[in-house]
Design a binder for this molecule. Sequence first.
Ligand code: NAP
Length: 506
Amino acid sequence: MSFQTKNPITGEVLPGSFAKSSAEEVSRACESCAAAAATLRRKSGKELASLLETIGASLTEARDAIVERVQAETGYPDGRVQGEFGRMVGGFAAFAEVARDGSWVEATIDHADPDREPLPKPDLRKMLIPIGPVGIFGASNFPLALSAGGSDVTSALAAGCPVVVKGHSSHAGTCELIGMAIQEGVAKAGFPEGTYQLVQGEGHEVGEAIVTHPDVAAVGFTGSLCGGRALFDLAAQREVPIPLYAEMGSVNPQFVLPELVEANGEGFAESFFGSITLGNGQFCTCPGMLFLPPGSDALLEKLASLVADSTGQPVLNEGICSAFESGMSRLESLEGVQVLAKGTLEGAVIGAPAMVVQVSYADYVAQRDVLSEEVFGPSAVVVVCDEVAQFTEAARNFEGQLGASLHGTESELAGAKNLLDELERFTGRVVVNAFPTGLEVCHSLVHGGPYPATTNSHFTSVGQSGITRWARAMSYQGVPDALLPPTLQEANPLGVARRVDGVFTL
Ligand code: NAP
């Protein structure tokens, strides 16, 4: 069985058809990864860094073809695609550095003390080691940075884990080109073929076959809550359960304090409008809920006029388009919910116009669950509160989110510690006077958060520290120096930062 992809601007079916991988093909891909795992786990950080850099160079060579295909499959403008291409290739360079540096393995040494009373102390050494083959599912909205060559792939390879990727059916052509370039890089770097495997398919069978394959040791998923949760349950039900790290949807609530509304309500409306319509709202960090204090009329008026004057853009696929339409109709049908403004749609067959609805705090509280559900696309729910104390109450009742922002003047922020504490309770990232969109990819980024934003709030899926998802902890007790991994040998031949007898050493 084969399938094709569509251009969301024109609705045209694009050239190229993609065979759905059979159960046998998925199984062969996973077995090939398992065979490669034995080689990869013995590679040094330097060798893994060189693999990542060689792949980065192969992707750069294929840049024009990849960029052209992404634009056709997503309808994204050139600037967005070029920027995301840079982020994808930059990810290979960043994780090459992480692999070369080696300190991510958290090497820890506790020396023996044979004279200790009442019992001698043994020599114990600990580090993180690669977990084994990793299954990866990318999201539709980041066809480069979070897909077949995205941050789950780079972090897993940097950790020494081979990967089997399920290509996203709405950008299968992009996945195929990326997959070919990566396999070329793998071969050039002299790594086994099973280092990177790509399987394709619409529907659930291919993905389910990856998650349930006995050789797969962990899974990374970016996408919807229903998809992530279904695959998480599947991973937990296996005879040998495995971790499944899913990053899922989020409404990322924004709280605006009154002095800021008074001082610059209209300016805030402009930047909020910019954030909900950036990429036509197709970001998991899109600020989908806005909490305002009383006296926000000028802000609301400005926001309404910006939304009403806007012309919508394409969305990635028909599924997202119909989910947006039904999500907005669901919101409109709720008690006390009014449409603040709706834009128009022009120039795209598969698209969505911006839309903002407004509700009072009392009506929000009465229908909290449904109003807090993500409607993926250029939309927002504005909750107009009767007093600022309701911000803290609203925050106390939120389910897990990737991010939340607090906006205010310097003086009012100084008195907002309680509210900030509440935001910390349910998010992975608290942002002040900015929107959560436009991730700064770095070591200290947390792109995660409590469930349902993710299935494991201890980790991040984006940023260098995401590498630890693909490892397990291992202790070596009384093992002779020559038999230890070089990272843990007494002379520290790799020069890795380690904790020795409780003291962090460089
Ligand atoms: P999706 O529909 O969940 O699909 C993601 C991938 O998983 C696709 O390959 C899909 O297969 C597969 N899949 C989904 N459900 C499955 C199941 N039950 N069994 C097996 N495979 C399954 O996600 P999407 O297409 O990217 O939709 C957008 C959503 O992703 C939004 O809700 C957005 O907020 C979220 N998102 C989250 C993040 C984040 O970092 N948290 C980033 C981007 C997007 P097919 O190819 O056959 O569809």
